[in-house]
Design a protein. Sequence first.
Lengths: 356, 247
Amino acid sequence: MFPILLGTLFNLAFSNLNKAESFVKINLGIIDNTEYQKSPLKMTIAFVSTENNEQNGMFRVTLTDVAGADELLKNNKIDGYILMNKGATLVVKQNGLNQSILKSFLDDYNQSSATYASILKSDPTKYQELLLNSANRLDFLKASSSTNANPDTTLNYFYSLIAMACLYGGFMGMNEILSIQADMSSQAARLNLAPVHKMRVLVYDLLAAVAVHYSTILIVLAYVSFVLKVNFGDKIFFIMLLSLLGSMTGLAFGAFVGAALKKSEGVKIGILTGVTMSLSFFAGMMYVDIKYMIAKAAPIMAYINPANVITDGFYSLYYYDTYSRFFVNAGILCVFIFVLCFLTYMILRRRRYASI
Amino acid sequence: MIIQVKDLVKKYGDLVALDHFNLSVNEGEVFGLLGPNGSGKTTAINCILALLTIDNGTVEIFDKPMSPDAYDIKRDIGIVMQNVAVFNELTVFENINYFCGLYITDKKLRATLVDEAIEFVGLNEFRKFYPKKLSGGLLRRLNIACGIAHKPKLIILDEPTVAVDPQSRNNILEGIMRLNELGATIIYTSHYMEEVEQICSRIMIMDKGKSVALGTKEELRALAGLGEAASLNDVFLELTGTELRDQ
């Protein structure tokens, strides 16, 4: 229930985030002087301003004089202004995204105009060819998603939520181990006295737990996909495979904690809860940038965090066309499962207890 | 000799729970293990069954060294624990079937054995009941059925009649005697002297982790210096004292 509830809260919190990320026009001032009226910049500005193209225009232009521009800049009515005085100069008050865009635009204009001037000076017949090139230039670069998927930072929250739900299987795994530890219950003591190989008991118990827990993961996935309309992509088989591996990883992790820690049941549950939430946090469940900070500062930590590996697996299925990254993540999860199950068995086999 | 325990030592920190404890149980006998609270009866049982780590000594069952993975030995042992060890989520039938299934893999044979166990403890009318619906006496009978359904050669009962009414207790004791008549060796621990007196052929009295006395009822009376009219309770108090014990 908790992952479903948290996913619903995520959806409520993030539903308008994508709309809010739509581009906001930049307010640009232009000093209206003779040099500007004669320069090619005027035509360029007209092309990118909202005056002629309200929907796609980048800049909302205000023609003014220097004093007026300074006043507008001071009052934050414009993000910067351009002064034509033996070349184009950008005047801004502070650093920011809009100011960076203005600077890039002007740098590009200055570089291109210098290039074209140089070409025309050496060979004036290139005029028409230059015109065609500059017109076609916009077609050279075209944003294209490999899977027709749009980058969406909010997806990471939902993916890490599913990862957390997978790791919650650890409680079930721990429970299976407690049910076969003679010092934890009388039923387990009776089980320890039976002629049944510990490995067999462990495997059968964990398989049953996988079946139950995986069913709950599928329910959470279905809810997040169909009710909350979160996009996981269309690679259904691999999504289900990744969920299964995630569920098994969670169970194996809980089983290991249950077997390795010689503490009371309450302490084990507390430790498992703390570790699961920490791993989910570092996978970006509460603050998405943490994931990228860790990947940059300590990449190995990203690979040994099962929550992050699961989250990354979902993201790679959504965003990438190839499966190489997915198979790396799946492989890491398989290693986790094997190592944790093996360590659990080694701890449990031939175990005697100091007290019962 | 079914069980041979030599020089067993078990410590819980500074507390010596078993102090060079020795035990021999012959095949076919009903062996009683008596002792005050904290004398080490249950610890001895758990060490013999390789559930607990031991600090010194050896344990052999069926002339083989006992260990946690001695599955061939475990196959012929039945345990009735002091605490009721059944699953509340399963019915009477399902509980007995589950625990019997740990020993008997043949489904047909297991079905027969489970029916016989239910009949043996008198739980026929309660096959579909869950443990929570059973009285204390019926729960104890279920506990016994789970431990003996697979017809083991050695049965260890650790205080099986705690909190049970006299009628149910009598029924349980008669059942234990029937098991012995069918060939099982029984180790029986209890606080109830009259039970031990009734069913046990040989009795060991333990105190502070050691064997204080061992023998038949008559031998114990003689050891305590008491006459034939003395009860086992009198013998016990004479040999262990009347001082109150902490668990």
